[in-house]
Structures are given as C-alpha cells and as structure tokens.
Design a binder for this molecule. Sequence first.
Ligand SMILES: NC(=O)c1ccc[n+]([C@@H]2O[C@H](COP(=O)([O-])OP(=O)(O)OC[C@H]3O[C@@H](n4cnc5c(N)ncnc54)[C@H](OP(=O)(O)O)[C@@H]3O)[C@@H](O)[C@H]2O)c1
Length: 327
Amino acid sequence: MRSIDALVGLLIRPNAVLLLIVVVFLLIRSLKLASGCGAVYAMLRVLYRADFQYRCGGSSKWRSLHDYKVCKVVITGGSSGLGRSLVEEILRGFPDVVVFNIDIKASPQPNDRLIDFRCDLRSSEMLEQTLKLIKQSGGNDIRLIVNNAGIRSRYEGLKDVRGQDLEDVFAVNSRAPLRVIQELTPEEGSEEQCFIVNVSSSLGILSAAKVGAYAASKAALIAFHKSYAFELESKRVSNIRTLLVVPGQLDTDMFSGFDPPRQFFAPVLSKERLAAKILQHVDKGIRGDLTSPLYAKFAYLLMAMPYSVQSIARRLSRIDECLPDDN
Ligand SMILES: NC(=O)c1ccc[n+]([C@@H]2O[C@H](COP(=O)([O-])OP(=O)(O)OC[C@H]3O[C@@H](n4cnc5c(N)ncnc54)[C@H](OP(=O)(O)O)[C@@H]3O)[C@@H](O)[C@H]2O)c1
C-alpha cells in the first residue's frame, strides 16, 4: 500500500465498507453492538450527504461551464505546474470556454482559446494594468476565476528573511488573489454566476520551519478566503461561490529537490488528479474546502492540540527537518 490515502480510498469504497460492516457485525454480534455500529455508520452517511447537499445548494441552480455559449475563465500561473494542468483540462473538457492566463511567462503551447496576459504579479502596477485589460476584453462573461499562481520563499531561518522577499511572496500569494477577486467578480446577487478557486497550501495551516514567509502568505490567503466565503454566506449571495484548495506537496517544480518524508502518511499529490478534482467541484458548484491528502484534513486539529503533543507529532512527521538550505 503506497499511502494511507490509498488505503482509506480503498476502505471507503461501498463494497469494502459493506464487507467491513459484515465482518464487524459477525465479530461483535455476541456483544450486541452491531446495530450500534450500523447506526453510527448510517448517521455519518446522512451527515456527509447533508453537508454535500448544503455545499451544492443555493437559491438558484448552478450552471456548468458547459451551459454557456460564451464563457471565460481567468487563471493565474497557468503556464506550468498545477495551473497548466487546469488549463489543459479546461481546454480539453469545455470546448466553448476561452481561458485568460495571467502568468510571468507564456503558455508552453499556443491555442486559439488560450490568451496569455504576461504579468509579474510581484508588481502591483502590472497587475492593475492586466486587470484593466481583462475587463476591457469581456470582463462580463467570466464564470471561473482560479487564483493559482504562487511563489515559495527561500528555505531559510526566520532571521534571514529579507524584506524584499517577504514583500514579493505576499504580493503574489496573498495580495494578487484579493485584487483579482475585487476587480473581476460579478455584482453580488446578479444573474451572472462566477466560481472562485483560491489555491492555498497545507503549510498555511501547519507552518514548517524554514518556510515561514511562504506559510504566512498562504495563511493570509486562507484568512482572506474564509472571510469572503462567509461574507457571501451571511448575505445569502449564491451567484458567487468559492472553493479553498489546501493541498499538501505536489509533483511540480516548486518544492522539488528534496526527499519528502513519511510518504505513507503524506503522499505527494499528482497535479493532474488535483486539477481534475478542482474542476469537478467547479462544474457542480460545490463550495467549501478541498483538502488533500488525508493528513491535511487534520491540520487544524493538530494545531489545536497541547504544545507538547504538537511537538511530538511534528518530530515524528519530520516536517521541520526535511527542507534543505537555500543559503
Ligand atoms: N508545489 C507544491 O508542492 C504546492 C503545495 C501546496 C500548494 N501549492 C500551491 O499551488 C499553486 C500552484 O503551485 P505549483 O507547484 O503548480 O507552482 P509552479 O509549478 O511554480 O507554477 C506556478 C506558476 O506561476 C508562475 N509564477 C511564478 N511567479 C509569478 C509571478 N511573479 N507572476 C506571475 N506568475 C508567476 C510560474 O511561472 P515560473 O515557472 O516562470 O516561475 C508558474 O507558471 C501555488 O499557489 C502553490 O503555492 C503548491
């Protein structure tokens, strides 16, 4: 078994669950606990379904990107990594969609439905100019915004973090997503629907040693996202939906160059698979959080534990020792 995620994935398949229930039932029948287990399982299923329905629900029916004749998607950082996988999947799966890609470099392959907006997100002037250009080229039809671009800070101790690096990492990872949302989302409560995806990181919750600046910028994005998502909820706005993506390590260049520890518990994610999962959420209008792999779902729980427990868990996971030095 490659990872605990794969093991759990196998176990929660309906047949495996049924088999497990039968085995457990037979084992503990004599203790008359089987019906209790069944009831707990049924209750968990009901809660899961109710949560799913809530996340998909809203005052108006959510329209898939397939339902539009003209439709635009704005993505940042779509020229490589996870962003590129998303762009490829969108171009392949949605033939009427035009993608606006905001990236510092051009897309690796031209496509009639892919328009590059070359922009260094570290520069607020360039970003403002790009947002103006996008609005002029049909800002009304934007049905999906993916704030994906990110940069990591150097692997270094907190005392070595330079002011300019800190500004850059916050500009790309936290300020740019906020400005894109402020400028490109439709009017709240209007007929125009728009789905917003913000790509953060599990490091934004479990900040590891030597990546303090990156982790802080991703934590800021989580805070912006949550504040906005629940602002929309409190105003009963349903034409704008939001999804927070909190991935662990991806198979891209950003965190390559070292051996990720404890891969059974913290497997490296495939960018193509994550892209496909994100687009499933977009298509059905499923808002909320998309956190993967499994350990990342328990990150908040770990951070709420007593300091000593956190310390032991971190030592066992080797999260604070695995990164090399960039200096
Ligand atoms: N990789 C991971 O393990 C991991 C884990 C959790 C979360 N994430 C997050 O997931 C997202 C995607 O990560 P990824 O691994 O796919 O990253 P990636 O492979 O480095 O791709 C990011 C894209 O953004 C572009 N970009 C970088 N700096 C930019 C700037 N200043 N202005 C405009 N575009 C810029 C990059 O261009 P260049 O290639 O020219 O730099 C690249 O095309 C990021 O937000 C990242 O923080 C990644």
